[in-house]
Design a protein around this ligand. Structure first.
Ligand SMILES: Nc1ncnc2c1ncn2[C@@H]1O[C@H](COP(=O)(O)OP(=O)(O)OP(=O)(O)O)[C@@H](O)[C@H]1O
Ligand SMILES: [Mg+2]
Length: 788
């Protein structure tokens, strides 16, 4: 896109969709004219860039050219060897004569190229399936070494391995790593790729070809001739959970990869002695997603499933309550800032080229943001599933414009690249381990927040950069580069960053706001501690609010599933009595053999003291049951679905039941909705309540009693005398905060005393900046008066 032809308004709109403030966008346009890239440079670097946009695309081309030149010095001999061997009858995978034979050779190659002494057990199993010419699904933890399962076959056979991968950044990283280990590779993105790289790839010039799903579907014919000539050892589909609509990161083009099994089989291609094996790999697939993967890809009958533990013993999980707004940055990031400032004088091996310290944030815009958040946080008790509503008008368009919902394959400004065996373009691990504090990735839901947190951290002296899909691709590539070179300390990103990234010294993954699913959460958390050393995975979330589903275009069933995934994530954060690592691996269907991880916040602090909530539980159960016809419910037909639908004519929600309880029970008058919501969730988990609404919700909204629940509510015997439970996070939060007032009379008590008034107005917010008072409200005028 040539930015110089764009009108100022279009450029400003584009900048705003990237999360920049309107004032800074306008100022930049005034200074540099209606050029998108120059404006971005102006905002980020505080100056006009010397190069024009044409230069940027030239730079992209240059880097491809550079790569191409470096490939000339490639070890042609090995490629010639492979080409010669392809003149012989196409070697079959069973080139390897016996089990010991291939294992010995694989270990030798592993040692020679990667410096590891031996294959891991799951890698042996996956390779064993490939040797036996079987399709295979590999489910193994993040950072366990799945890539080697498909890289070794290229070295063992001399045939090409074709890897389908979802992002250019990921393909780029892997090619660089392979080049470093003496393996030639190239990647082909989805844009207009350099034809010469593609042609060389199809002639078998690289041992491994990375390709995005969109492109491979165009390359079926050339791949057939590649299979006939040099030979294709394996099709590997990395991050294969992208196939399934029931998982996270769904990518429609992944579903069309069934074309691989349909085209590359011995029946269709007579020169093949057997079907070219397919190996599909992921670290985050629930049982349902696994079934969907096998079915959607037309994986042959009787595939090998290699399943290892998803448990990452060096990851320390914790959940912290935070409003996750700009007003809480200071409190939430002070430890992080301190950790990096300790080493501020430590010499970094490379200085960042992104002069983010220079980012200027107009005071007015910061204050505007602050005030918006303040206003939103005041209404936190609303019984509403959305957390965005108070800040902005909620609409699909608005949120799609705010968040990266789907990851775009072309996340870099290069569409293809080629790498020889000794790349010197960039050494990925160039200074691994040199930064004492390691690196941090902060995941946030919206693009705007990536910028606002990165700016905040930069102002506090941390080397931070923002990353989201709408930033210029050259900028994204630069962030990747500096992240790998340890020139950055923190990357603040949307989901667009990180999938598959293998960077050893990531010490902290912070989620600042609710993730949309536990799959996404665990995948992103998996970037931490890949060197096996202790690493922290902290989720900061507003535990007093239910998370909202980021609107996206989904079918009814997909919406239901999306709510289910969000609900699981919400429950994970709310639990106070179960080991976090245990919850996570059990979510993926694993039987967690250890009792606990001994690391997470729950394991370290221990669960909160149990409470006997029999009275409260009975009161709410009876209140709900009283709304329905108790006797009819007790009939055995109650649990039939038809009966259930006929009876829920009128559906009071949890809030209405709680209001009734507060009105009717003097001693419960000061309990709040937040606390009761927690109890309702516990009652649902015990099977006493169920959702009465057809629509899905993050947690039960229109409670209906089950037969079991009615038996509990109206137990005539004394059998149910105790209902001992550990209060969940929202209940604890409610118990620990000042009580709301049950009536005006209650509320009014003490207000005559100026000291009490002052305390009440300032309490509970010790870390906050003094609130800017709104003199148009009674509360604002009162606060202004008191602060004088
Ligand atoms: N046999 C082995 N012995 C020791 N280290 C290994 C072995 N195999 C792989 N590794 C190392 O494990 C690390 C993680 O590898 P890789 O990126 O393939 O993980 P992954 O399973 O694909 O993770 P993700 O699901 O996050 O993509 C790499 O640094 C790799 O070199
Ligand atoms: Mg991987």
């Amino acid at each position: 896109m040539d930015g110089t032809n764009l009108s100022s308004d279009v450029v400003i709109a584009e900048l705003m969709s990237m999360g920049f403030e309107i004032l800074e966008a306008r100022k930049a346009i005034q200074e540099v004219g209606p050029s998108l890239n120059n404006a971005i440079d102006f905002i980020l670097n505080g100056c006009k860039k010397v190069s024009s946009e044409r230069d940027i695309s030239d730079a992209g081309r240059q880097s491809v050219r550079g790569m191409r030149q470096s490939v000339r010095g490639m070890r042609q001999s090995s490629i010639m060897d492979h080409l010669q061997s392809s003149k012989k009858p196409a070697p079959s995978v069973s080139i390897v004569h016996s089990d010991e034979d291939w294992e010995v050779r694989a270990n030798m190659l592993l040692q020679k190229h990667f410096g590891y002494p031996s294959l891991k057990r799951f890698q042996r199993e996956a390779l064993g399936a490939w040797v036996a010419q079987k399709d295979c699904l590999v489910l193994a933890a993040t950072g366990s070494g799945k890539s080697l399962c498909f890289q070794i076959p290229a070295l063992l056979t001399g045939k090409v391995v074709v890897v389908i991968s979802p992002l250019i950044s990921l393909m780029h990283d892997q090619c660089l790593k392979l080049a470093k280990h003496g393996v030639s590779a190239c990647f082909l993105g989805s844009g207009q790729v350099d034809q010469s790289v593609q042609q060389k790839a199809m002639r078998g010039m690289y041992e491994i070809i990375y390709v995005c799903p969109e492109t491979i579907l165009r390359l079926i014919k050339p791949l057939e001739s590649l299979a006939e000539n040099r030979g294709i050892a394996l099709f590997a589909i990395d991050e294969v959970h992208c196939v399934s609509k029931w998982g996270h990161d769904f990518r429609p083009d992944y579903r069309r990869l069934s074309a691989l099994r349909d085209n590359f089989n011995a029946k269709k291609l007579p020169f093949l002695k057997f079907d070219i094996p397919i190996m599909a790999l992921t670290a985050t697939a629930t049982t349902r997603v696994r079934e969907d993967i096998l079915k959607s890809l037309h994986i042959s009958e009787d595939p090998t499933i290699v399943l290892t533990s998803f448990f990452r013993p060096n990851l320390r999980f914790s959940v912290k309550h935070s409003r996750t707004s700009s007003s809480s940055y200071e409190k939430d990031f002070c430890e992080l800032i301190e950790a990096y400032s300790k080493n501020r004088h430590q010499k970094y091996s490379k200085k960042t080229n992104l002069p983010l310290e220079n980012i200027s944030v107009g005071t007015s815009s910061r204050d505007e943001l602050y005030n918006l958040e303040e206003r939103a946080s005041e209404s936190e008790e609303d019984d509403d599933d959305v957390s965005f509503t108070k800040r902005q008008k909620l609409s699909v368009e608005f949120l799609e414009d705010e968040s990266d919902l789907l990851i775009d394959v072309d996340d870099f400004d290069v569409t293809c690249g080629e790498f020889n065996g000794q790349s010197s373009t960039m050494d990925l691990d160039v200074c691994e381990g040199k930064t004492e504090e390691g690196l941090t990735i902060i995941y946030v839901p919206t693009r705007k927040e990536t910028l606002s947190i990165a700016k905040y951290l930069c102002r506090c002296g941390v080397k931070a950069a923002a990353y989201h899909a709408k930033l210029p691709k050259s900028q994204l590539r630069q962030v990747h580069k500096e992240f790998h070179e340890n020139a950055l300390q923190v990357v603040v990103a949307t989901i667009a960053f990180g999938m598959g990234i293998d960077k050893l010294n990531v010490r902290r993954i912070i989620h600042y706001g609710w993730p949309q699913s536990l799959e996404a959460y665990y995948q992103e958390a998996g970037r931490a501690g890949r060197d096996g050393k202790l690493a922290d995975c902290v989720l900061y979330a507003n535990l007093s609010r239910m998370p909202s589903l980021l609107p996206n275009r989904r079918s009814e069933e997909q919406t239901r599933q999306a709510y289910k995934m969000l609900s699981d994530c919400f429950r994970y954060a709310m639990r106070t009595s179960r080991c976090r690592a245990q919850m996570l691996v059990q979510y993926f269907g694993e039987d967690f053999s250890d009792d606990s991880c001994h690391l997470c916040d729950v394991c370290v602090k221990g669960p909160p003291e149990q409470k006997n909530l029999i009275d409260e539980a009975r009161i709410i159960m009876q209140m709900i049951a009283a709304h329905y016809d108790k006797r009819s419910y007790l009939e055995s037909s109650y649990d039939d679905d038809s009966y259930h639908h006929n009876t829920c004519m009128e559906k009071p929600n949890v809030k209405m039941f709680v209001c009734r309880i507060q009105e009717q029970n003097q001693q419960l008058a000061t309990t709040d909705l937040l606390w009761w919501r927690g109890l309702v969730r516990i009652l649902e988990d015990k099977g006493f309540l169920r959702e009465g609404d057809d629509k899905a919700h993050v947690q039960i909204k229109y409670p209906e009693p089950t037969k079991l629940g009615l038996e509990f509510a109206f137990a005539e015997t004394e059998m149910e005398q105790a209902f001992n439970v550990c209060p969940e996070a929202d209940m604890l939060l409610s118990e620990n905060r000042p009580k709301s007032y049950s009536s005006f009379v209650e509320w009014g008590k003490g207000w005559a005393d100026p000291e009490i008034r002052k305390q009440r107005l300032s309490r509970n917010r010790p870390w906050k900046r003094p609130r800017r008072t709104n003199k148009q409200t009674v509360r604002g005028r009162l606060a202004a008066k008191l602060s004088k």
